[in-house]
Design a protein around this ligand. Structure first.
Ligand code: BG6
Ligand code: BG6
Ligand code: GLC
Ligand code: GLC
Length: 911
């Protein structure tokens, strides 16, 4: 009995002595709570640095955006392939995620070796090898006939700009294949897979193992928002608020950040706690100076640290009686699994002896105790450091959420965490001590990365399917060159039909003679009134033209025309107009002055002379009764008479295209075309009299108001009209009419956009599938909003703000789609308009028998003026479709009022 006690006493004493000895020797490796809190604070600073745009480039902790935005919600499903490369084992898997939200995942997998010559050889060979393994797997599992999406778990630091791309920043751990750094590993793998012609695999997602781990655990526990690996390497990811991620546009929701905490300290931030052993280990590694934090923590290094310590202690005579073996001198001879075995609770000491003997040493009882304690200190330090960094992340999460207490789950994986007997317990304990205000659940990822990678791939594949749907809709608006040439040809035919007596009555492009026969010659002069009705604004103007110097002075006032007047009775409309004239005369102090008046009336009128115009039919937003078929000049005269206050001499009625051509023609006599791309769309041009069968005489030219807005009303462009164009048409004031105008002008483009957005929303592709009241409201997308949304200078957030101002609660992804839709619609409009214009200039060139035509187009209209791309695309299209014409575009700065006044001046002279 006494002997037993004596033995026990002896052993305890021996143990104490050894432990004290080692503790003294490794004093520097034992980190106090204060030190851990300090490291935690340092890591918080590092995270900030990595997240901010200006400090990221020099930050050692890279805080990489992963483009994983949400944890699984159970709706994921499908069959996926998955590769898991970069941990201690390389696996290929097939994952089946169940339908019906039952949260059921089935996996089949095979492990493949990663020979050193492959992972440190030529980069292309590495990817070829990975592809070969995948092919082998598909063969074995009889999957080769299937087209499956693939998720790649790639456990190295990659800079991503989207989910399916990742540029390798640097190899870490055991990998060092040449020529891969700074290249996109997804396309590298895709290229290798392409060599297998019979294979159809689409790589949809690249994820870090931490991310995959988090997702795996989140599938079972929705509180999981952190993933930690303590394996061959170490790293962590967590869900960060988008508003804190400078490197990614948008501030909505969260995104997973791969911290790459292994590089913590690479800038010297941890020099005070690194020991001589850490430095020695680093010098002998594949990546000296890099991953300094990882090298104090992870499985690839723990055994080596122990070996270096034992060697030094042996050299100092503190172990093995000063004896060293050659194995102890050999790098890599002690591995992490040895460290784990030596620290086992019961068998630990026996294991230690065995391992040391295997290393060719002859350890005493005391040596074994000391070595075991070295292991404990090294692995304890590892757990402590991990805990400090993790505590920093947890604190950040808690602060982001503005909570006093955080309840959260951390997904864990990695061999150190899994096989080391004391590690998890120590880690958990320290974390809880460092962040007492966090209730943390640690969840082991039983199935490794696979499940999580499949979740990410499932989401990506859903997004891809949705993207395809969106692209399909946008494709309807992408016209081929052939289609545009088709439009040009048909427009040409319709123009000819409108000019010919025989075909005119049925023609959709009315080709209305305007009785304007020449351009201003500079001799015009006098004081005129002008009305400008039918564009965005109704204006009354006073225009003073001085001859000789081509100088014009204008005074104008804008008046509103309320909707109920635009769509009331004709009498009300014209009474309102006269009321505005009276106000203007009053305002200008011109009451009683009998001035000649030019009336810009931007609707199709059949004219028999310059001062007569019978309204054929309202277009755009007007629908006043009892006007169609009436002479608008008469209606204006009668309204003036009804008021019986003043008299005016109405000399000319002019379409806005004609007014615009004249305004521009005053500056550039070569201007023989007037184009409006505004609320409506129309064009006029100077035609040879001999071609105008509706007007007597063959001499000279006359301006023809084409009214090309009606192009297509006979169905000739129905092949390019979409369901959205039809919906816009049906909801308009004039269904079936002005089909070309409805595809090209400001009043309708926003409506087309709105119809597309409604449709995309119905299909769950936008606005979370919710069609808001606002979206149902006609006319919300005015030209000015479209123009703003499409401006290149606008950041996504600003687009989102505009949409929000319009009452559309959109996410950043929504905003991207809305912008694309606007772009597709306005681009098509500009191209169609260009095709129409190309028809005219080509006609003019041929009619004059010219090899080459130089001509100027005077342009007006809010779409042309405000939209950031419309004018450019229009001009490019004309150049493309009418290469023999040299077309100059000049913008009408002064509106059509000036032109109307010039026409009036000429008409007055002729009177
Ligand atoms: C595995 C994951 O379970 O753990 C891998 O599937 C990960 O993606 C690995 O890289 C990390 O641990 P270790 O110890 O294998 O590096
Ligand atoms: C104005 C002209 O500048 O542009 C009007 O003065 C014309 O006559 C108008 O109708 C066309 O553009 P919008 O965009 O106002 O319809
Ligand atoms: C290394 C890699 C990192 C990975 C970790 C764990 O630190 O750089 O991307 O997550 O090892 O495998
Ligand atoms: C409509 C009108 C037309 C006008 C054009 C531009 O198409 O019918 O006359 O020129 O809009 O305002």
């Amino acid at each position: 009995m006494f002997a037993v006690h004596l033995m026990a006493f002896y052993f305890t004493k021996l143990k104490e002595d050894q432990i004290k000895k080692v503790d003294r020797f490794l004093y520097h490796m034992r980190l106090s709570d204060e030190t851990l809190l300090d490291i935690m604070a340092r890591f918080q600073v590092e995270m900030e640095k990595g997240l901010a745009k200006d400090t990221n480039p020099t930050a050692s902790v890279k805080m990489l955006p992963t483009f994983v935005r949400a944890i699984p919600d159970g709706s994921e499903n499908g069959e996926f392939l998955s590769l898991d490369l970069g941990g201690s084992k390389f696996r290929v898997l097939k994952v089946q995620v169940s339908e019906e939200g039952k949260r059921n995942v089935q996996m089949e997998s095979l492990f493949y070796p990663t020979p050193n010559e492959i992972i440190t050889g030529n980069g292309s060979e590495l990817f070829d090898y990975v592809a070969d393994c995948l092919v082998d797997f598909m063969k074995t599992k009889e999957l080769k006939h299937k087209k499956l999406p693939l998720g790649l778990t790639f456990s190295f630091p990659c800079r991503q700009t989207k989910l399916e791309e990742g540029v390798l920043l640097s190899w870490t751990k055991k990998f060092k294949a040449r020529g891969v750094q700074d290249t996109d590993v997804v396309s590298r793998l895709a290229k290798a897979l392409k060599k297998h012609k019979d294979l159809d695999v689409d790589i949809l997602a690249l994820v870090n193992d931490t991310v995959a781990t988090m997702m795996t655990c989140a599938y079972d526990d929705p509180y999981c928002e952190v993933g930690v690996i303590i394996g061959t390497g170490t790293n962590a990811c967590y869900m960060e608020d988008m508003s804190n991620i400078d490197l990614v546009e948008g501030d909505e929701g969260r995104m997973c950040i791969n911290t790459e905490w292994g590089a913590f300290g690479d800038d010297g931030a941890l020099e005070d706690i690194r020991t001589e052993f850490d430095r020695e280990l680093d010098l002998g590694s594949l990546n000296p100076g890099k991953q300094l934090f990882e090298k104090m923590i992870s499985g690839l290094y723990l055994g080596e640290l122990v070996r270096l310590i034992l060697l030094k202690m042996a050299k100092a005579g503190l172990l093995f009686g000063g004896e060293k073996s050659s194995a102890l001198h050999t790098k890599g001879k002690i591995e992490t699994r040895h460290v784990a075995a030596m620290e086992k609770y019961k068998e630990g000491l026996a294991n230690t002896r065995e391992i040391l003997v295997d290393l060719g040493l002859e350890p005493s009882e005391a040596d074994c105790i000391a070595v075991q304690h070295v292991c404990t200190i090294v692995s304890f330090r590892s757990a402590n450091l991990c805990a400090a960094a993790l505590a920093a992340i947890l604190t950040r999460l808690r602060m982001n959420k503005k909570l006093d207490r955080l309840r959260t789950t951390v997904g864990m994986d990695g061999t150190v965490y899994k096989i080391h007997p004391q590690y998890p317990k120590r880690l958990h304990k320290v974390v809880r001590k460092l962040v007492p205000n966090c209730d943390v659940r640690f969840l082991l990822s039983e199935s490794g990365s696979t499940k999580g990678a499949a979740m990410v791939t499932a989401v990506a594949s859903r997004v891809q399917a949705q993207r395809k749907q969106i692209d399909k809709v946008l494709a309807l608006f992408q016209l081929t060159r052939e289609q545009l040439v088709g439009v040009q040809d048909k427009m040409r035919t319709e123009l000819e039909n409108g000019l010919k007596r025989k075909t005119h009555p049925m023609a959709t492009v009315k080709m209305l003679p305007t009785y304007v026969r020449g351009m201003p010659d500079g001799t015009e002069k006098g004081k005129f009134l002008a009305l400008d009705l039918g564009g965005t604004n109704f204006r009354v103007l006073l225009v003073k033209i001085r001859s000789g110097r081509r100088s014009v002075r204008m005074y104008n006032k804008i008046f509103a025309i309320p909707l109920e007047i635009m769509q009331g009775t004709g009498e009300e409309l014209f009474d309102h107009i006269v009321q505005c004239i009276a106000d203007f005369l009053d305002y200008m102090g011109l009451k009683g002055a009998q001035l000649p008046l030019g009336f810009t009336f931007s609707f199709p009128c059949r004219q028999a002379s310059i001062d007569k115009g019978t309204l054929i039919g309202w277009t755009k937003g007007f629908k006043a009764t009892d006007c169609e078929g009436e002479d608008v000049v008469d209606m204006l005269r009668e309204a003036i008479k009804r008021r019986n206050e003043f008299d005016l001499d109405i000399v000319a009625v002019v379409n806005d295209t004609v007014g615009t051509m004249m305004t521009c023609g005053y500056e550039d006599p070569n201007c023989e075309i007037g184009l409006i791309a505004g609320t409506g769309s129309n064009m006029c041009y100077m035609e040879e009299m001999r071609n105008i069968e509706l007007v007597e005489g063959d001499e000279g030219k006359m301006c023809i108001n084409t009214e090309w807005g009606g192009f297509g009303d006979n169905g000739c462009i129905d092949d390019i009209r979409t369901q959205y164009d039809k919906e816009v048409d049906e909801g308009s004031l004039n269904p079936g009419k002005q089909r070309y105008e409805k595809m090209t002008s400001g009043m309708y483009l926003g409506e087309i956009v709105r119809q597309i957005l409604i449709d995309l929303t119905k299909h769950g592709l936008l606005f979370r599938g919710q069609i808001s009241e606002r979206l149902r409201t006609r006319g919300i997308f005015e030209t000015k909003f479209l123009s703003q949304i499409e401006s290149d200078r606008l950041a996504l957030l600003q687009v989102r703000r505009i949409l929000q101002q319009l009452g559309l609660d959109s996410t950043c992804e929504d905003s991207i789609v809305v912008k694309e839709v606007c772009g597709a619609v306005s681009r098509r409009a500009a191209q169609l308009c260009g095709a129409g214009l190309a028809a005219i200039v080509e006609k003019r060139r041929e009619d004059q028998g010219l090899e080459h035509l130089r001509i100027t187009v005077g342009v007006d209209g809010t779409l042309y003026k405000l939209h950031p791309h419309f004018s450019r695309i229009l001009q490019e299209t004309v150049k493309e479709l009418a290469p023999k014409c040299d077309v100059t575009f000049i913008l009408s700065e002064d509106g059509s009022g000036k032109g109307a006044a010039l026409i009036t001046a000429v008409a007055k002279r002729l009177q």
